[in-house]
Design a binder for this molecule. Structure first.
Ligand code: PLP
Ligand code: SF4
Length: 392
């Protein structure tokens, strides 16, 4: 049997019951530069740079996630995502690259698209990513939103009947105490026109032991839910992570994944292919691949947009379509997500369109012209929404 990451790590002597215990993980977070020095054998020069970084942006790493780092690899991809480094130049990049503050309509609530909102309910995560687009929030506190703030956001939802989809995010909403999560989910659910509740969480990656029976029961009580998780590298696809996604899938929660394209972490085809195929094996459907935004101190982790397009081209047609996410660029200043991808239309002619397939062969496709008569469409009967049912 192959050894697990833990068995090869500094925590190899910690008994499994402790290792798999959420409280043990949370009370043993790696969060001092001295520990980092001892665990990774970093030179003093690097450590003093990290000490200086810590003043600006906090860091903390769960022992579980830390155990995925290979300390002998100076360019380890897991390390690059969570360990501060001398490469971080805080004179470049933005605090709020997506302009979320500007579109905020209530505490934590960003209403940018016509029918859905983003609800940021905490700034806490059990490990912090250097490239996080919301690292501006870390400075304030660990604290989750107060009852009064949540109530204000819920009042906005009640008053805006066009909102049919609420995306609960953070920080990581699944790090919240159950009582608080229960309150938020039940309040959001109580708004009659909200049809869809989604949770964005990196806990299946950072701390899969979070998914104990109590949390699963809580999530089940407030279903139907959709969960989007955030795997960035195939090495994150551990047995523990697979057990967590398996439990969620068995509750009937559809699982999607959002990956951030990161230089030196996952910006090559074999890594991305292994990640997306591996996600399908643990019942998670790759949803978005994000261009890394110009976040302060994380500019060295960005790739070109062209690179992302090339990578998608290397996947589409070459592997299972379900393993190919949509590549998106978040427009600066709150323009929202814009899908970008390879162009398969080679030429537009009168009555025909020239296409190329994944292997580069071209085809002339006879295209029915817009003037052709098509029968009038009849409206299809729809499953009534919760609001319509209640109104009957
Ligand atoms: C990403 C995002 C959403 C959800 O977008 P989908 O494309 O529906 O997944 C909603 N609101 C904001 C502000 C977002 O950034
Ligand atoms: S888990 Fe998500 S919210 Fe938390 S630090 Fe990482 S990217 Fe940011």
């Amino acid at each position: 049997m192959s050894s697990t990451a833990k068995q090869r790590s500094a925590w190899r002597d910690v008994p499994s019951e402790q290792w798999n215990d959420l409280r043990w993980q949370l009370s043993n977070l790696v969060r001092t530069t001295d520990e980092l020095g001892a665990l990774l054998g970093l030179p003093e020069r690097e450590l003093s740079a990290i000490r200086a970084q810590s003043q600006r942006f906090r860091w903390a790493i769960s022992p579980y996630y830390f155990s995925l780092i290979d300390p002998s690899d100076p360019s380890d991809p897991i390390c690059r995502m969570v360990v501060p480094s001398a490469d971080e130049d805080t004179s470049e990049g933005e605090d709020d690259p997506l302009g979320e503050k500007r579109d905020q309509v209530a505490p934590g609530l960003t209403h940018r698209y016509p029918d859905r909102v983003l609800f940021v309910v905490t700034s806490f995560c059990s490990s912090y990513c250097r490239f996080c687009i919301r690292k501006r929030n870390w400075r304030h506190s660990d604290a989750a939103r107060s009852r009064a703030e949540i109530d204000e956001a819920i009042a906005y939802l009640r008053a805006h009947e066009e909102v049919r989809d609420v995306l609960i995010s953070g920080g990581d909403p699944l790090t919240l105490p159950h009582e608080q999560l229960e309150y938020i989910l039940s309040q959001v659910r109580s708004v009659p026109h909200v049809e869809l509740v989604r949770i964005g969480s990196r806990e299946p990656v950072m701390l899969p032991m979070r998914f104990d029976d109590a949390l699963l029961r809580l999530l089940d009580r407030h279903g139907p839910l959709w969960i989007n998780t955030h795997f960035n590298h195939p090495r994150e696809l551990t047995e523990e992570a697979a057990r967590a996604t398996e439990k969620l899938a068995r509750l009937g929660i559809p699982l999607g994944n959002q990956t951030v394209l990161l230089a030196g972490v996952n910006d090559d085809l074999p890594t991305l292919k292994a990640l997306f195929q591996g996600l399908l094996r643990i019942r998670v459907r790759p949803y978005y691949l994000y261009q890394a935004d110009p976040v302060v101190g994380a500019m060295h982790l960005r790739t070109s947009v062209e690179r992302g397009i090339e990578l998608i081209e290397g996947l589409r047609g070459h592997t299972t379509g379900l393993a190919v996410p949509t590549f998106v660029v978040d427009a600066p200043g709150g323009g929202g997500k814009i899908p970008v991808g390879p162009e398969y239309v080679v030429e537009r002619r009168d009555g025909a369109i020239v296409l190329r397939n994944y292997a580069g062969e071209t085809f002339v496709y006879k295209d029915p012209t817009m003037t052709a008569k098509s029968p009038r469409k009849r409206a299809l009967p729809l499953i009534p929404t919760a609001a319509e049912r209640d109104g009957e």
